[in-house]
Design a protein. Structure first.
Length: 166
């Protein structure tokens, strides 16, 4: 009989996650990696790779039912793992500045603590990943524009370029 899957918070220790990892091991999957990227008010969880014990790699999981949702719908292996990958990181990788990284499920790991690896980087407040703002290059320039105003025929470009290059 398939287990009843519920929407409770998934942790690396949850019984349901361990049952799914045991299933992955049983069908010969050695590792499943998801990449996560988020910011603003949204995030994306994408299946990056599926590695089998025999050495072959795939870009999709087998379509297997693994249980039922509380409303009686079938729960699929890929759907469950994608949700688990999105829920497992402890920080808020989706909202505001967000974060990015990977969640790897390693069902054949002998140490239970190694069965889920979460490697996330969280952006600091105010870092929206737009470090190349062209207006920022002029912030530290010390140029007296009042001289250019007194000499309308003169060129202000030469002092700006000289200051910028120094």
């Amino acid at each position: 009989m398939l287990p009843m899957l519920h929407s409770a918070t998934i942790t690396p220790d949850s019984d349901c996650l361990h049952a799914v990892l045991d299933l992955l091991s049983g069908i010969g999957i050695d590792a499943v990696t998801y990449s996560l990227s988020g910011g603003g008010d949204s995030g994306e969880t994408e299946l990056e790779s599926v590695h089998y014990l025999g050495g072959q790699d795939a870009t999709a999981l087998p379509r297997l039912p693994i249980g039922f949702s509380p409303d009686g719908r079938p729960q699929w292996l890929g759907e469950y793992l994608e949700g688990a990958a999105a829920d497992l990181p402890e920080g808020d990788w989706v909202n505001n500045e967000g974060g990015y990284g990977t969640v790897t499920f390693a069902p054949t790991a002998t140490d239970p603590d190694d069965r889920v690896d979460i490697d996330m980087t969280y952006r600091p407040d105010g870092d929206y990943g737009d470090d190349d703002d062209p207006d920022d290059i002029f912030e530290d320039l010390d140029i007296d524009l009042s001289e250019a105003a007194r000499d309308p025929g003169g060129s202000i470009a030469a002092p700006i370029i000289a200051e910028f290059l120094s």
